[in-house]
Design a protein around this ligand. Sequence first.
Ligand SMILES: Cc1cc2nc3c(=O)[nH]c(=O)nc-3n(C[C@H](O)[C@H](O)[C@H](O)COP(=O)(O)OP(=O)(O)OC[C@H]3O[C@@H](n4cnc5c(N)ncnc54)[C@H](O)[C@@H]3O)c2cc1C
Length: 258
Amino acid sequence: MIAAVPRSGWHVAAVVEASPETPSARRLVLDVPTWPGNAAGQHLDVRLTAADGYTATRSYSIASSGPGTRVVLAIDRLPGGEVSPFLVDEVRTGDEFEVHGPLGRFFVWHPVEPGERLTDAAADGPRPVQLIAGGSGVVPLVAIASAHGAAHDPTQMRMLVSVRTPEDAFFAAELAELARASDAFALDHAYTRRAPDGWTGHVGRLTRDEVERSVVPAADAPLVYVCGSTGFVERVASWLIELGHDPRAIRTERFGGT
Ligand SMILES: Cc1cc2nc3c(=O)[nH]c(=O)nc-3n(C[C@H](O)[C@H](O)[C@H](O)COP(=O)(O)OP(=O)(O)OC[C@H]3O[C@@H](n4cnc5c(N)ncnc54)[C@H](O)[C@@H]3O)c2cc1C
């Protein structure tokens, strides 16, 4: 990788922190001096440029939101992948690469700001919100849950995170703290391979019954955000529709894969 030179619409990002997030993933904190700020739920494109000029570009969700030049990403290593093993295993503090964004208008959520009358809020504001993530798909939902917590938004928000094992949960401490700090935010987990000691629920691939039990019921007309691998998102979205959720209220972000 060579020092990044900004092109039109691109920003230079410097890695200021790189820390393990899960056994297969890493959290990167970037400083992007020209970053315009971003809404909760948006993503950016990362472009890596090799010494011979070869470039590779991939999308990554942003775990942070609001104004400011710090941008938080969390990248899961896809064995044999071109970009993610580099970002997880090779990138060092002080390295630079290019980013383009913020991107995405549909998969965003805005808190109701303190003092704002609910009737003045964006149409999305006062509806209950259900967040559903598979693995690294939790990243943009962390931005949404954090924005909800920071704004002391009274909107009921519930999050269901499906992970292989407890160690595979991204931003686990931050999400647990948000749930502890606010009655308006509830956090549920599903475990596909191994659950924590004392867990009495099902262990295995997420099922329609678990989704039905763990999410805001269709009768409450929640706005639902689903994010993860393409296969996960499609399965969950089809269950939600079978369970009576309005397809127009289901927002999806597909990371790829099956
Ligand atoms: C909007 C958006 C946001 C994203 N946000 C994140 C994020 O926050 N964190 C994160 O870790 N990733 C995220 N991704 C996925 C990311 O863009 C890359 O696809 C991923 O890092 C793999 O890139 P790679 O170059 O390592 O693998 P590649 O060399 O591109 O892919 C190798 C093979 O794996 C398949 N594949 C690609 N993605 C997946 C997947 N998710 N699961 C299984 N197989 C896959 C490909 O089809 C290909 O066959 C996001 C994707 C999108 C579209």
